[in-house]
Design a binder for this molecule. Structure first.
Ligand code: UDP
Ligand code: MN
Length: 328
């Protein structure tokens, strides 16, 4: 077991918060595997210190001063910076097998059984199910594979501009070759799927083991009221309709991560580094505030670009109301 690990990546303090919650959620469900956080050079000292408390290993990955191939690849495609950094997980060769998880995922049950799977296993992407989603995947670290991935990356680029495009081009037979490499969707449930196939979510959603907060607005972009234990701007009964994963994320953040952060920051307001606002009352405003007034045409366009306001206007309860009104 010591040679198997869950791996995540954070290049900023914001993603580091995600990594802290993810790590805690894995610990809370008693994983027997190692936890590894890869961080970029911009992650602040206090955040690193907190990550050290949660993860077995915090590894600084700076693609710019890594081996020649990586450096060259980076020079060719500077636009793919974070992508290259994520691919770095293949260099963790002291582990024989790993499960990579995006920093915006949250574990709800023990998922150690994923280590029974082989490289390259992943769950379908809700937007294009013949592609896998690269938020959760099983892989085998190997410098050889890493080199090949970098070559693909720098020569062919990425059809979606990120790691998911590169990985789908590289592991291109995933859709057809071996069904055991298709992880069940419950290991990478994205909120998008809840809204696009509601009856299926109602039937199978309770079995979800990993939630993925895929998309532009991340849990840490919301405000949380620690006294009322609510997400600002989200109506209370949203959580009666379906498990409120966003609230779960914040509950874990405030109960388990904040105390660790307080040890690092003392009682001063966290106005730099990890926390950008005092945490006693409400955290902070979304980085990308959901637009309040939008024409239905604009809203449709947003939907079609995959930018629905899932936590606000296009929330579960609003969509359900709409569906109900059609059905009546
Ligand atoms: N990531 C990061 N810094 C960034 C962007 C991404 O560390 O600036 C890492 C992080 O682990 C994140 C993953 O790359 O979860 C994939 O990005 P993201 O989750 O934002 O993409 P999405 O799942 O929304 O497509
Ligand atoms: Mn993600």
């Amino acid at each position: 077991m010591a040679d198997q690990a869950f791996v995540t990546l954070a290049t900023t303090d914001s993603y580091a918060k995600g990594a802290m919650v993810l790590g805690m959620s894995l610990r809370n469900h008693n994983t027997s595997r190692k936890l590894v956080a890869m961080i970029g050079p911009h992650v602040s000292e206090p955040c690193r210190a907190v990550l050290h408390k949660i993860y077995d290993e915090v590894r600084l990955v700076d693609i710019l001063d890594s081996g020649d191939t990586a450096h060259l690849a980076m020079m060719k495609r500077p636009d793919l910076g974070v992508t290259f950094t994520k691919l770095h997980c293949w260099t963790l060769t002291q582990y024989s097998k790993c499960v990579f998880m995006d920093a915006d995922t949250l574990v709800l049950y023990n998922i150690d059984e994923l280590f029974e799977r082989e490289e390259f296993s992943a769950a379908p992407d809700p937007g294009w199910p013949d592609c896998f989603n690269s938020g959760v995947f099983v892989f085998r670290p190997s410098n050889e594979t890493y080199g090949k991935l970098l070559t693909t990356c720098s020569e062919d680029g990425s059809f979606d501009g990120g790691d998911q495009g590169v990985l789908n081009s590289f592991f291109s037979d995933w859709a057809t070759a071996d069904i055991s490499k298709h992880l069940p969707f419950i290991y990478n449930l994205s909120s998008i799927a809840i809204y696009t196939y509601l009856p299926a979510f109602k039937q199978y959603g309770h079995a979800a083991k990993v939630v993925h907060f895929l998309g532009k607005v991340k849990p840490w972009d919301y405000s949380y009221d620690t006294t009322c234990k609510t997400i600002k701007g989200q109506s209370q009964d949203a959580s009666d309709m379906h498990p409120n994963y966003l609230l779960k994320w914040w509950e874990l953040f405030s109960s388990s991560v904040l105390p660790l952060m307080k040890e690092e920051y003392g009682d001063q307001p966290f106005n730099s580094g990890c926390m950008e606002s005092p945490i006693h009352e409400v955290a902070k405003k979304p980085h990308h505030p959901p637009p309040t007034q939008m024409s239905s045409q604009e809203r449709k366009q947003k939907w079609e670009q995959g930018q629905a306001d899932y936590m606000g206007q296009d929330s579960f309860e609003n969509i359900e109301k709409k569906l109900d009104s059609f059905l009546k």
